[in-house]
Design a protein around this ligand. Structure first.
Ligand SMILES: *[C@@H]1O[C@H](CO)[C@@H](O)[C@H](O)[C@H]1NC(C)=O
Ligand SMILES: *[C@@H]1O[C@H](CO)[C@@H](O)[C@H](O)[C@H]1NC(C)=O
Ligand SMILES: *[C@@H]1O[C@H](CO)[C@@H](O)[C@H](O)[C@H]1NC(C)=O
Ligand SMILES: *[C@@H]1O[C@H](CO)[C@@H](O)[C@H](O)[C@H]1NC(C)=O
Length: 362
Protein backbone atom coordinates (compact mmCIF):
# COMPACT_ATOMS: atom_id res chain seq x y z
CA UNK A 1 0.00 0.00 0.00
CA UNK A 2 2.86 2.36 0.81
CA UNK A 3 4.09 3.33 -2.69
CA UNK A 4 0.70 4.51 -3.89
CA UNK A 5 0.51 7.94 -2.19
CA UNK A 6 4.05 8.64 -3.37
CA UNK A 7 3.06 7.92 -6.95
CA UNK A 8 0.00 10.12 -6.71
CA UNK A 9 2.08 12.92 -5.29
CA UNK A 10 4.61 12.57 -8.09
CA UNK A 11 2.02 12.69 -10.83
CA UNK A 12 0.52 15.74 -9.16
CA UNK A 13 3.88 17.47 -9.30
CA UNK A 14 4.33 16.52 -12.94
CA UNK A 15 0.95 17.96 -13.87
CA UNK A 16 1.86 21.28 -12.31
CA UNK A 17 4.98 21.55 -14.41
CA UNK A 18 3.89 20.78 -17.92
CA UNK A 19 6.73 22.87 -19.29
CA UNK A 20 10.26 21.52 -19.22
CA UNK A 21 12.34 22.25 -16.17
CA UNK A 22 15.38 24.09 -17.43
CA UNK A 23 18.71 23.87 -15.66
CA UNK A 24 19.92 27.29 -14.58
CA UNK A 25 22.48 28.78 -16.96
CA UNK A 26 25.86 29.41 -15.32
CA UNK A 27 28.70 31.74 -16.27
CA UNK A 28 30.98 28.84 -17.13
CA UNK A 29 32.13 29.18 -20.75
CA UNK A 30 31.45 25.44 -21.22
CA UNK A 31 27.76 25.98 -20.53
CA UNK A 32 27.02 27.11 -24.13
CA UNK A 33 24.65 24.18 -24.78
CA UNK A 34 22.69 24.97 -21.60
CA UNK A 35 22.46 28.63 -22.54
CA UNK A 36 21.37 27.74 -26.07
CA UNK A 37 18.71 25.40 -24.69
CA UNK A 38 17.29 28.14 -22.47
CA UNK A 39 17.43 30.64 -25.35
CA UNK A 40 15.55 28.23 -27.60
CA UNK A 41 12.75 27.91 -25.05
CA UNK A 42 12.48 31.66 -24.83
CA UNK A 43 12.26 31.98 -28.62
CA UNK A 44 9.58 29.30 -28.72
CA UNK A 45 7.54 31.14 -26.08
CA UNK A 46 7.68 34.48 -27.86
CA UNK A 47 7.45 33.36 -31.50
CA UNK A 48 3.72 33.25 -32.12
CA UNK A 49 3.06 33.01 -35.84
CA UNK A 50 3.97 30.60 -38.60
CA UNK A 51 5.85 27.52 -37.45
CA UNK A 52 7.86 26.37 -34.48
CA UNK A 53 11.63 26.18 -34.82
CA UNK A 54 14.24 23.84 -33.41
CA UNK A 55 17.90 24.29 -32.60
CA UNK A 56 20.16 22.84 -35.28
CA UNK A 57 23.57 24.18 -34.33
CA UNK A 58 25.34 26.48 -31.91
CA UNK A 59 27.47 28.58 -34.24
CA UNK A 60 29.29 30.48 -31.52
CA UNK A 61 29.07 31.44 -27.84
CA UNK A 62 30.70 34.28 -25.97
CA UNK A 63 30.52 34.87 -22.26
CA UNK A 64 31.56 38.15 -20.71
CA UNK A 65 32.05 38.21 -16.93
CA UNK A 66 30.51 41.25 -15.30
CA UNK A 67 29.91 42.38 -11.73
CA UNK A 68 27.60 39.84 -10.09
CA UNK A 69 27.26 37.58 -13.13
CA UNK A 70 27.84 37.50 -16.85
CA UNK A 71 26.44 38.24 -20.29
CA UNK A 72 26.07 35.57 -22.92
CA UNK A 73 26.00 36.21 -26.64
CA UNK A 74 24.94 33.21 -28.69
CA UNK A 75 24.81 32.60 -32.42
CA UNK A 76 22.27 29.88 -33.08
CA UNK A 77 21.22 28.15 -36.26
CA UNK A 78 17.56 27.08 -36.16
CA UNK A 79 15.46 25.03 -38.54
CA UNK A 80 11.73 25.36 -39.14
CA UNK A 81 9.58 22.41 -38.08
CA UNK A 82 6.34 21.14 -39.54
CA UNK A 83 4.44 22.17 -36.38
CA UNK A 84 2.38 25.30 -36.63
CA UNK A 85 2.69 27.54 -33.57
CA UNK A 86 -0.89 26.53 -32.64
CA UNK A 87 0.18 22.89 -32.39
CA UNK A 88 0.23 21.97 -28.68
CA UNK A 89 3.31 19.75 -29.17
CA UNK A 90 6.56 20.82 -27.57
CA UNK A 91 8.87 22.14 -30.28
CA UNK A 92 11.44 19.46 -29.43
CA UNK A 93 8.94 16.83 -30.57
CA UNK A 94 8.25 18.43 -33.94
CA UNK A 95 9.80 17.18 -37.18
CA UNK A 96 12.16 19.37 -39.15
CA UNK A 97 11.15 19.98 -42.76
CA UNK A 98 13.01 17.99 -45.36
CA UNK A 99 14.98 19.83 -48.03
CA UNK A 100 12.51 18.99 -50.82
CA UNK A 101 9.72 20.62 -48.79
CA UNK A 102 11.65 23.88 -48.99
CA UNK A 103 13.38 23.90 -45.65
CA UNK A 104 13.57 27.18 -43.76
CA UNK A 105 16.41 28.23 -41.48
CA UNK A 106 16.95 31.08 -39.07
CA UNK A 107 20.26 32.45 -37.92
CA UNK A 108 19.77 34.07 -34.53
CA UNK A 109 21.84 36.26 -32.24
CA UNK A 110 20.65 35.95 -28.64
CA UNK A 111 21.74 38.07 -25.67
CA UNK A 112 21.30 36.66 -22.20
CA UNK A 113 22.27 37.87 -18.76
CA UNK A 114 22.98 35.73 -15.72
CA UNK A 115 22.73 37.46 -12.37
CA UNK A 116 22.60 35.80 -8.97
CA UNK A 117 22.09 32.47 -10.69
CA UNK A 118 19.04 33.74 -12.62
CA UNK A 119 19.29 33.78 -16.41
CA UNK A 120 17.22 36.01 -18.62
CA UNK A 121 17.13 36.51 -22.37
CA UNK A 122 17.28 40.26 -22.96
CA UNK A 123 17.16 40.38 -26.73
CA UNK A 124 17.23 38.30 -29.87
CA UNK A 125 17.35 38.94 -33.56
CA UNK A 126 17.05 36.38 -36.33
CA UNK A 127 17.54 36.23 -40.02
CA UNK A 128 14.96 33.80 -41.41
CA UNK A 129 15.37 32.47 -44.92
CA UNK A 130 14.91 29.50 -47.22
CA UNK A 131 17.74 27.03 -46.71
CA UNK A 132 18.23 26.83 -50.48
CA UNK A 133 17.49 29.47 -53.07
CA UNK A 134 15.19 28.68 -55.97
CA UNK A 135 18.20 28.42 -58.29
CA UNK A 136 19.92 25.95 -55.97
CA UNK A 137 16.71 23.93 -55.67
CA UNK A 138 16.21 23.72 -59.44
CA UNK A 139 19.56 21.94 -59.67
CA UNK A 140 18.83 19.54 -56.79
CA UNK A 141 15.16 18.90 -57.47
CA UNK A 142 13.74 20.43 -60.64
CA UNK A 143 10.22 19.09 -59.96
CA UNK A 144 9.97 20.21 -56.33
CA UNK A 145 7.26 22.78 -55.72
CA UNK A 146 8.40 26.35 -55.07
CA UNK A 147 7.18 28.60 -52.26
CA UNK A 148 4.87 31.44 -53.24
CA UNK A 149 4.46 34.74 -51.39
CA UNK A 150 1.87 34.43 -48.64
CA UNK A 151 -0.31 37.03 -50.39
CA UNK A 152 -0.29 35.23 -53.74
CA UNK A 153 -3.76 35.70 -55.25
CA UNK A 154 -4.14 32.22 -56.77
CA UNK A 155 -2.74 30.58 -53.66
CA UNK A 156 -5.18 32.46 -51.42
CA UNK A 157 -8.05 31.51 -53.72
CA UNK A 158 -7.16 27.87 -53.13
CA UNK A 159 -7.18 28.52 -49.37
CA UNK A 160 -10.64 30.12 -49.62
CA UNK A 161 -11.90 27.08 -51.51
CA UNK A 162 -10.41 24.78 -48.90
CA UNK A 163 -12.03 26.81 -46.11
CA UNK A 164 -15.44 26.53 -47.79
CA UNK A 165 -14.95 22.78 -48.09
CA UNK A 166 -13.89 22.51 -44.45
CA UNK A 167 -16.95 24.48 -43.34
CA UNK A 168 -19.23 22.00 -45.13
CA UNK A 169 -18.11 19.25 -42.78
CA UNK A 170 -21.13 18.45 -40.63
CA UNK A 171 -18.92 17.19 -37.82
CA UNK A 172 -18.03 20.78 -36.93
CA UNK A 173 -20.20 22.54 -34.43
CA UNK A 174 -19.34 26.04 -35.63
CA UNK A 175 -18.01 27.77 -38.72
CA UNK A 176 -14.30 28.47 -38.86
CA UNK A 177 -12.46 31.45 -40.31
CA UNK A 178 -8.91 31.81 -41.55
CA UNK A 179 -6.42 32.77 -38.85
CA UNK A 180 -3.20 32.57 -40.81
CA UNK A 181 -1.71 31.13 -43.97
CA UNK A 182 1.48 29.24 -43.10
CA UNK A 183 2.90 28.55 -46.53
CA UNK A 184 1.82 28.15 -50.14
CA UNK A 185 3.67 26.00 -52.64
CA UNK A 186 3.07 25.53 -56.31
CA UNK A 187 4.22 23.30 -59.13
CA UNK A 188 3.09 22.41 -62.61
CA UNK A 189 1.45 19.01 -62.70
CA UNK A 190 1.22 17.08 -65.94
CA UNK A 191 -2.36 17.13 -67.30
CA UNK A 192 -3.65 18.75 -64.12
CA UNK A 193 -2.39 22.26 -64.66
CA UNK A 194 -0.91 24.24 -61.82
CA UNK A 195 -1.09 22.70 -58.39
CA UNK A 196 -1.36 24.89 -55.28
CA UNK A 197 -0.47 23.34 -51.93
CA UNK A 198 -1.26 25.44 -48.92
CA UNK A 199 -0.96 25.08 -45.16
CA UNK A 200 -3.07 27.31 -42.96
CA UNK A 201 -4.64 27.72 -39.52
CA UNK A 202 -8.39 28.04 -38.99
CA UNK A 203 -10.10 29.47 -35.95
CA UNK A 204 -13.50 28.44 -34.62
CA UNK A 205 -16.17 31.18 -34.54
CA UNK A 206 -19.37 31.67 -32.59
CA UNK A 207 -21.53 31.03 -35.69
CA UNK A 208 -23.27 27.66 -35.48
CA UNK A 209 -22.61 25.53 -38.55
CA UNK A 210 -25.61 25.60 -40.86
CA UNK A 211 -26.64 29.14 -39.92
CA UNK A 212 -27.22 31.43 -42.89
CA UNK A 213 -24.67 34.09 -42.28
CA UNK A 214 -21.82 35.73 -44.14
CA UNK A 215 -18.68 34.03 -42.87
CA UNK A 216 -16.79 37.33 -42.65
CA UNK A 217 -19.32 38.51 -40.05
CA UNK A 218 -18.56 35.58 -37.73
CA UNK A 219 -16.65 36.53 -34.61
CA UNK A 220 -14.12 34.05 -33.23
CA UNK A 221 -14.73 32.29 -29.95
CA UNK A 222 -12.52 33.47 -27.09
CA UNK A 223 -8.92 32.32 -27.55
CA UNK A 224 -9.15 29.79 -24.73
CA UNK A 225 -12.47 28.38 -25.95
CA UNK A 226 -11.87 28.11 -29.70
CA UNK A 227 -10.73 25.01 -31.54
CA UNK A 228 -7.99 25.57 -34.09
CA UNK A 229 -7.49 23.52 -37.19
CA UNK A 230 -4.20 23.14 -38.98
CA UNK A 231 -4.95 22.26 -42.59
CA UNK A 232 -3.16 21.19 -45.73
CA UNK A 233 -4.96 21.70 -49.00
CA UNK A 234 -4.22 20.97 -52.62
CA UNK A 235 -5.89 22.55 -55.60
CA UNK A 236 -5.31 21.80 -59.27
CA UNK A 237 -6.38 24.31 -61.89
CA UNK A 238 -7.28 21.96 -64.79
CA UNK A 239 -10.16 20.24 -63.00
CA UNK A 240 -10.57 22.79 -60.19
CA UNK A 241 -10.31 19.95 -57.70
CA UNK A 242 -9.76 20.86 -54.06
CA UNK A 243 -8.85 18.55 -51.23
CA UNK A 244 -8.25 19.52 -47.63
CA UNK A 245 -7.12 17.64 -44.55
CA UNK A 246 -6.99 19.16 -41.10
CA UNK A 247 -5.81 18.38 -37.60
CA UNK A 248 -8.03 19.80 -34.88
CA UNK A 249 -6.56 21.19 -31.65
CA UNK A 250 -8.77 21.42 -28.59
CA UNK A 251 -9.20 24.66 -26.69
CA UNK A 252 -7.58 25.00 -23.27
CA UNK A 253 -10.97 25.64 -21.70
CA UNK A 254 -13.37 22.82 -22.54
CA UNK A 255 -15.83 23.57 -19.73
CA UNK A 256 -19.32 23.19 -21.15
CA UNK A 257 -21.60 26.20 -20.87
CA UNK A 258 -24.38 25.89 -18.36
CA UNK A 259 -28.03 25.87 -19.50
CA UNK A 260 -28.89 29.25 -20.98
CA UNK A 261 -25.31 30.49 -20.50
CA UNK A 262 -23.94 32.58 -23.37
CA UNK A 263 -20.49 32.18 -24.85
CA UNK A 264 -18.35 34.66 -22.93
CA UNK A 265 -17.38 37.93 -24.56
CA UNK A 266 -13.61 38.04 -24.44
CA UNK A 267 -11.42 40.94 -23.59
CA UNK A 268 -9.18 42.08 -26.41
CA UNK A 269 -5.60 40.83 -26.06
CA UNK A 270 -3.42 43.30 -24.25
CA UNK A 271 -0.45 44.75 -25.98
CA UNK A 272 1.51 46.38 -23.20
CA UNK A 273 0.87 49.67 -24.94
CA UNK A 274 3.33 49.22 -27.74
CA UNK A 275 4.06 47.23 -30.80
CA UNK A 276 4.14 48.06 -34.48
CA UNK A 277 1.33 49.95 -36.17
CA UNK A 278 -1.50 47.49 -36.74
CA UNK A 279 -1.50 47.91 -40.50
CA UNK A 280 2.19 47.58 -41.26
CA UNK A 281 2.47 44.79 -43.78
CA UNK A 282 -1.27 44.54 -44.23
CA UNK A 283 -3.53 42.21 -42.38
CA UNK A 284 -1.22 40.04 -40.32
CA UNK A 285 -2.29 38.98 -36.88
CA UNK A 286 -2.38 41.91 -34.51
CA UNK A 287 0.80 42.46 -32.56
CA UNK A 288 0.58 41.62 -28.94
CA UNK A 289 2.79 41.44 -25.94
CA UNK A 290 5.97 41.91 -27.91
CA UNK A 291 7.03 44.63 -25.52
CA UNK A 292 8.88 44.05 -22.34
CA UNK A 293 5.78 42.99 -20.49
CA UNK A 294 4.79 39.48 -19.49
CA UNK A 295 4.75 36.72 -22.11
CA UNK A 296 1.80 36.60 -24.52
CA UNK A 297 -1.31 35.90 -22.59
CA UNK A 298 -4.79 35.81 -23.94
CA UNK A 299 -6.20 37.55 -20.91
CA UNK A 300 -9.03 35.11 -20.60
CA UNK A 301 -8.21 32.44 -18.20
CA UNK A 302 -5.29 30.15 -18.87
CA UNK A 303 -4.45 27.95 -15.93
CA UNK A 304 -3.33 30.12 -13.02
CA UNK A 305 0.13 28.55 -12.72
CA UNK A 306 1.11 29.65 -16.21
CA UNK A 307 3.59 32.39 -15.57
CA UNK A 308 6.90 32.59 -17.29
CA UNK A 309 8.66 29.26 -17.13
CA UNK A 310 5.58 27.13 -16.64
CA UNK A 311 4.76 27.67 -20.35
CA UNK A 312 2.65 25.29 -22.47
CA UNK A 313 -0.77 26.80 -22.01
CA UNK A 314 -0.40 30.57 -22.30
CA UNK A 315 1.26 30.13 -25.64
CA UNK A 316 1.03 27.23 -28.00
CA UNK A 317 -2.34 28.70 -28.88
CA UNK A 318 -0.77 31.08 -31.34
CA UNK A 319 -1.70 34.69 -31.83
CA UNK A 320 -5.05 35.97 -30.67
CA UNK A 321 -7.70 36.20 -33.32
CA UNK A 322 -7.36 38.53 -36.22
CA UNK A 323 -10.17 41.06 -36.30
CA UNK A 324 -9.76 41.40 -40.06
CA UNK A 325 -10.16 38.53 -42.43
CA UNK A 326 -6.46 38.07 -43.13
CA UNK A 327 -5.30 38.51 -46.68
CA UNK A 328 -1.97 36.82 -46.75
CA UNK A 329 -0.89 36.73 -43.12
CA UNK A 330 2.01 39.15 -43.34
CA UNK A 331 3.17 39.68 -39.79
CA UNK A 332 3.46 43.29 -38.74
CA UNK A 333 7.11 42.80 -37.72
CA UNK A 334 8.08 42.67 -41.39
CA UNK A 335 8.35 46.44 -41.21
CA UNK A 336 11.40 45.98 -38.96
CA UNK A 337 13.19 43.46 -41.15
CA UNK A 338 15.56 43.99 -44.02
CA UNK A 339 14.37 42.14 -47.13
CA UNK A 340 11.95 39.71 -45.49
CA UNK A 341 11.05 36.77 -47.71
CA UNK A 342 7.34 37.24 -48.58
CA UNK A 343 6.91 33.46 -48.71
CA UNK A 344 7.93 32.86 -45.09
CA UNK A 345 6.96 33.63 -41.54
CA UNK A 346 10.09 35.18 -40.08
CA UNK A 347 11.09 34.97 -36.44
CA UNK A 348 10.45 38.56 -35.37
CA UNK A 349 13.07 40.51 -33.43
CA UNK A 350 12.40 40.49 -29.68
CA UNK A 351 11.62 42.79 -28.06
CA UNK A 352 10.28 44.67 -31.06
CA UNK A 353 11.99 48.03 -31.52
CA UNK A 354 9.90 51.19 -31.13
CA UNK A 355 7.70 51.57 -34.20
CA UNK A 356 9.20 53.75 -36.89
CA UNK A 357 7.04 56.38 -38.46
CA UNK A 358 7.80 54.88 -41.86
CA UNK A 359 8.10 51.09 -41.49
CA UNK A 360 10.37 49.75 -44.18
CA UNK A 361 8.83 47.21 -46.51
CA UNK A 362 10.83 44.66 -48.50
C1 LIG B 1 24.61 34.37 -38.92
O1 LIG B 1 24.59 35.74 -38.55
C2 LIG B 1 25.82 36.22 -38.03
C3 LIG B 1 25.62 37.64 -37.55
O2 LIG B 1 24.77 38.35 -38.41
C4 LIG B 1 26.91 36.10 -39.10
O3 LIG B 1 28.13 36.52 -38.57
C5 LIG B 1 27.01 34.63 -39.54
O4 LIG B 1 27.93 34.52 -40.60
C6 LIG B 1 25.65 34.12 -39.99
N1 LIG B 1 25.75 32.69 -40.27
C7 LIG B 1 25.16 32.12 -41.30
C8 LIG B 1 25.35 30.66 -41.41
O5 LIG B 1 24.48 32.74 -42.10
C1 LIG C 1 2.08 41.14 -51.81
O1 LIG C 1 2.81 41.91 -50.90
C2 LIG C 1 3.88 42.64 -51.50
C3 LIG C 1 4.68 43.29 -50.39
O2 LIG C 1 3.84 43.91 -49.47
C4 LIG C 1 3.29 43.65 -52.48
O3 LIG C 1 4.32 44.37 -53.10
C5 LIG C 1 2.49 42.88 -53.54
O4 LIG C 1 1.85 43.79 -54.41
C6 LIG C 1 1.43 42.00 -52.88
N1 LIG C 1 0.82 41.16 -53.88
C7 LIG C 1 -0.48 40.91 -53.92
C8 LIG C 1 -0.95 40.01 -54.99
O5 LIG C 1 -1.26 41.39 -53.10
C1 LIG D 1 -14.97 16.03 -41.00
O1 LIG D 1 -14.28 16.27 -39.77
C2 LIG D 1 -13.94 15.09 -39.08
C3 LIG D 1 -13.39 15.47 -37.72
O2 LIG D 1 -12.49 16.52 -37.82
C4 LIG D 1 -12.96 14.28 -39.91
O3 LIG D 1 -12.59 13.10 -39.25
C5 LIG D 1 -13.62 13.93 -41.25
O4 LIG D 1 -12.69 13.30 -42.07
C6 LIG D 1 -14.13 15.20 -41.94
N1 LIG D 1 -14.93 14.83 -43.08
C7 LIG D 1 -14.67 15.27 -44.32
C8 LIG D 1 -15.59 14.84 -45.39
O5 LIG D 1 -13.72 16.01 -44.55
C1 LIG E 1 -14.02 28.39 -18.99
O1 LIG E 1 -15.04 29.10 -19.65
C2 LIG E 1 -16.20 29.31 -18.85
C3 LIG E 1 -17.23 30.01 -19.70
O2 LIG E 1 -16.77 31.27 -20.10
C4 LIG E 1 -15.82 30.16 -17.65
O3 LIG E 1 -16.97 30.32 -16.82
C5 LIG E 1 -14.72 29.44 -16.86
O4 LIG E 1 -14.29 30.27 -15.80
C6 LIG E 1 -13.54 29.14 -17.76
N1 LIG E 1 -12.57 28.33 -17.04
C7 LIG E 1 -11.30 28.70 -16.93
C8 LIG E 1 -10.41 27.77 -16.22
O5 LIG E 1 -10.88 29.75 -17.42
Amino acid sequence: MKPLPVLLLLSGVLLCHTGPVLDPVTCDGNDGPGAAHTAMHHIDETHNHGYKFRLNDITSTKVEQVEGGCNWELQLALLETRCSVVNPKQFENCDIRAEHERAVMANCTVMMTVKKGESKVTKYNCNTRQAKTNQEMVRICPDCPVLLPLNNTEGLKSVDQALKTFNQNTTNQHYYILQEVGRIQTSYMFQMGMGYFAEFVLLETRCPRGSRIVLEACKPLCPDRAHRAFCRSSYTTANEAISVECELYSPTNTTALGPGEQEPVCKPPHDGGRGPPPHAGGGGPPPHAHGQGPPPHDGSGGPPHDHGKGRESGKGRGPPFNPHFPRGSFHACRGFLVNPDPALHPICPWPLPEPRSQPRES
